[in-house]
Design a binder for this molecule. Structure first.
Ligand code: P71
Length: 461
């Protein structure tokens, strides 16, 4: 499926300041990769040319956001920037109550501790690393209820973030609604490749959960990107603005955790939003233990101001069209080169299928980790493993073996140009052309939690 838009898109901004990049030699990259234990998380950013590790906290702020930083009210309590942020969350997303947190996982921690009891089941549309870990640490167990299509990189279903309603119905029948504190629903499902959930699916889910008195908690980290796909692909939404669709999505859910480092165009920040007063009250109590007072939650006043302005910019149709247009441009270039990627192309990056790219490597030789290292060695481009290393181990110590073994080329917002996209695709092609000669890796150091961040590897001989 060609997703290319009929007419060219262009950025709805011009460049006022630039940051110079360091270029490296193959010898320097080899040394840096060895020192990093073949883990791109352990590279020094100085040794990176184009940084596609993540779109989290790496976007470029606008001049308006920077001006907002100067308007920071750094009072300990009751900063005016907090009240501005609270108003924006109500106006743009429609949630009643909001508590700022230092980033997304801060909100996940508080919410999981409040809503989850030992032995609870939390169904969700594919796991995310930090989200699932907080659910588990609170005594719960995550159950994947995403549609099967999401686990198949080749399947071009337009809403691979959808919930399998039948699977969820069975799960409720099996465990009983009282064991399910909420359904954990992400928009633009990260680990599936930035795949959207449809409004129709969300509405069906709302109907079912209302019947059983179960909450829906929305991981709204990339909600605007999801809204753009609904506008482009779902019947009845082509005339609606991204801002209208975002609000409609949120209205189908009871609360949300947000990492504002993505959609909301800031380098740090997040929040917990909830419509239920009792949960809010408890969260407001708990935030002082883990984050800070409920009117700053671990953030400076200036950070909250930049977030409030960024949220407004993030739901602008022209912004989102250019943001996703750039991702699609890169993806189609890779498809034209014959590189196996997850389809349809998602919202925040290109996910290369490492199992298909390196079919001679078993999952125990970490194909995605290997490929990420090889792309860096070729050109200094840094990407992220999203496969067996990221999936970690089950409570009983066994490895999770996810069906998706991917390397994520994540595109920061408003940072790189179309020429950078060309260089990225060409570097991946060079690695693809020598793929048969590539050997896998062995893990030589494994941390207990979220191992992908700090694990170290050695080349297999
Ligand atoms: C991303 C990140 C950042 C990250 C997190 C863990 C491992 C590697 C990189 C963060 C998300 C996210 C979703 C859907 C919650 C968080 C946590 N993503 N939900 O993709 O994508 O937010 O980082 O602000 O704590 O690189 P936080």
């Amino acid at each position: 499926m060609k997703q290319q838009m009929k007419w060219s898109w262009a950025e709805p901004y011009k460049i006022k300041m630039v940051e110079l990049l360091k270029m490296t030699t193959p010898g320097q990259r080899k040394k840096a990769m060895q020192e990093a234990g073949f883990n791109t998380f352990l590279l020094k950013s100085e040794d990176v040319y184009i940084d596609l590790l993540t779109d989290s906290g790496t976007s470029a702020m606008s001049d308006r956001q920077w001006a907002g930083m100067m308007m920071g009210d750094e009072a300990y309590a009751g900063s005016r920037n907090f009240y501005h942020l609270e108003q924006v969350v109500r106006d743009v997303y429609g949630y009643k109550y909001m508590i700022p947190t230092h980033q997304g996982r801060g909100a996940e921690n508080i919410l999981s501790k409040i809503l989850i009891k030992k032995g609870d089941i939390i169904p969700g549309n594919m796991y995310f690393t930090t989200t699932r870990l907080h659910q588990e640490l609170a005594g719960g167990r995550f159950e994947d209820i995403i549609i099967d299509e999401a686990h198949d990189p080749e399947n071009e279903f337009p809403f691979k973030g959808n919930v399998n309603i039948e699977k969820l119905t069975k799960l409720i029948a099996k465990h009983g609604a009282e064991k399910i504190p909420y359904i954990s629903i992400a928009t633009s499902v990260n680990m599936a490749g930035g795949q959207p959930i449809s409004m129709q699916n969300l509405k069906e889910l709302r109907k079912l959960t209302t019947k059983h008195g179960i909450r829906i908690i929305h991981d709204m980290t990339r909600v605007a990107e999801n809204a753009f796909f609904i506008q482009q692909r779902e019947k009845g939404y082509d005339k609606k603005s991204v801002a209208e669709i975002v609000k409609e999505i949120c209205s189908c859910t009871d609360g949300a955790t947000m990492s504002a480092k993505k959609d909301a165009l800031v380098n740090i920040g997040g929040f917990l939003a909830i419509n239920d007063w009792d949960v809010f009250e408890e969260a407001r109590n708990m935030v002082v233990v883990y984050e800070g007072l409920h009117t700053y939650g671990g953030l400076a006043g200036r950070d909250m101001e930049a977030m409030a302005i960024g949220i407004g910019e993030s739901v602008d149709d022209n912004h989102i069209k250019a943001r996703i247009g750039q991702v699609i441009y890169l993806g189609e270039k890779m498809i034209d080169f014959g590189i196996p990627i997850v389809k349809p192309i998602g919202g925040h990056g290109i996910f290369v299928d490492a199992k298909k790219f390196l079919p001679h490597l078993s999952q125990d030789a970490f194909p995605a980790q290997t490929l990420a290292a090889e792309v860096y060695l070729d050109s200094g481009i840094r990407t992220m493993e999203r496969g067996v290393v990221s999936a970690g181990r089950k409570a009983n110590g066994e490895n999770y073996y996810p069906k998706l073994e991917l390397v994520r080329f994540t595109i920061p917002r408003r940072v790189y140009t179309q020429a950078h996209m060309d260089v990225i695709a060409e570097s991946t092609l060079r690695v693809f052309e020598r793929r048969n000669k590539i050997k896998g890796l062995e893990m030589v150091y494994e941390p207990k939690y979220l191992r992908f961040f700090q694990a170290r590897f050695k080349k297999l001989q």
